[in-house]
Design a protein around this ligand. Structure first.
Ligand code: F6R
Length: 366
């Protein structure tokens, strides 16, 4: 059942080229710049005229929501807010009929997410679901939706569900951009061509496994980790930290890299591993300065960089290269080494990676 892998989590990490592909299948044909998602077509006018999109989710799904916020605002120019479902539902939130609420949930059973969308529904918002489990409570409670096709996720720590969510949300962002005329046709075509290449690039990133295992060996006894990223890689930093916490029980924090100097920098010394996601994008130069700040305080930098980077290897202690892609697609690649790093550290520490203590696969109580 684990397909020859020692744990479901590792199997699921390695399934990602396939699950990303399955989540795009029938929805994206780059060759003729064609995007299809019947649920979006059905509510085309609501989406076109949306005043605002509110994303509600918990945990890893909330991180996928943060990635979507950047993508939808960048490509489709619709204001997006991302809310923890548990906070949103108890805040007497302001919701109007012009709002679209996207609920993201792998299991489709998360109590807080379900309650948040029911609340938004009662105020007249259009509710759109991005769920993995077909026929789940959240999927049934929504007005429309698009399934992720990740297949069953058994490992408690979410991996392939995250990349499938980001994939579907990317397609949604592209479709909204197309319908609202906020992207040039040639730019859209270019982005779609890159999107089609993602599964093969994820496959390539997975080949870093041995290299990452060696890094895990060096840091497995650390008691703290910091993860830093900017822009689209900020949610990836949060996700990397969450993965490490939940399966290895190492304390880890994710931060937007620039926030470091507003407090967390005080934690950095020669014992602190700092994972910096420093791929080539418009915040690259800024992230390079952040690496220098960490180095100046003797922090041990593990950098995730774009293939061929010649600058960061000069300053970081460890460098992990992921393939180059379109800027908005980077999270689908940069998250892979972080999943593998957590996995290997947890295994080396003797943790039960598929069923970490105190956690359940779906959180059906608030
Ligand atoms: C993290 C993890 C949890 C879930 C969260 C939401 O690895 O598994 O943080 O992401 O409980 O679950 P879903 O997506 O099922 O609503």
């Amino acid at each position: 059942e684990k397909g020859g892998y020692p744990h479901f989590m590792l199997k699921e990490i390695f399934e990602q080229p396939r699950s990303i592909m399955d989540s795009m299948r029938g929805r994206l044909v780059a060759e003729n710049t064609q995007l299809t998602m019947s649920s979006i077509r059905e509510y085309e006018n609501r989406f076109k005229n949306a005043q605002r999109i509110i994303i509600v989710a918990c945990g890893t799904s909330w991180h996928a929501g943060l990635v979507a916020e950047y993508m939808i605002e960048e490509l489709a120019r619709i204001p997006v807010e991302v809310e923890y479902a548990s906070e949103f539902r108890y805040r007497n939130p302001i919701i109007t009929e012009g709002d679209i609420v996207i609920a993201i949930s792998q299991s489709g059973e998360t109590a807080d997410t379900l309650a948040a969308l029911e609340l938004a529904k009662s105020k007249g918002a259009l509710i759109f679901g991005v769920c993995n489990v077909v026929g789940s409570s959240i999927a049934r409670a929504t007005d429309a939706g698009a399934y992720t096709h990740a297949g069953p996720e058994i490992g408690v720590a979410s991996t392939k569900a995250f990349t499938a969510q980001v994939t579907v949300l990317t397609l949604i962002a592209m479709m909204l951009a197309e319908k609202r005329g906020t992207i040039e046709k040639s730019a859209l075509h270019q982005l779609m061509m890159e999107m089609e290449q993602v599964p093969a690039k994820v496959e390539k990133a997975l080949q870093l496994d041995k290299e990452i295992q060696a890094i895990a060996e060096i840091f497995k006894d650390s008691s703290n980790f910091i993860y830093l990223g900017r822009g689209l890689n900020f949610p990836v930093a949060l996700e990397g930290a969450l993965k490490l916490k939940e399966i290895s029980y190492i304390h880890a924090e994710g931060y937007p890299a620039a926030e470091m100097k507003h407090g967390p920098i005080a934690l950095i010394d020669e014992n602190m591993p700092v994972v910096v996601i420093a791929t080539k994008d418009n915040s690259y130069e800024k992230v390079v300065s952040n690496i220098q700040e960490v180095r100046a305080r003797k922090g041990r930098v593990i950098a995730i960089v774009t293939e061929g980077d010649t600058v960061i290897p000069e300053m970081a202690e460890f460098v992990i290269e992921v393939p180059e892609t379109h800027e908005v697609l980077v999270p689908l690649l940069s998250v892979i080494p972080l999943q593998l790093l957590s996995y290997h550290i947890a295994v080396m520490r003797g943790c039960n990676v598929d069923q970490p203590r105190n956690l359940a696969k779906s959180v059906t109580v608030e």
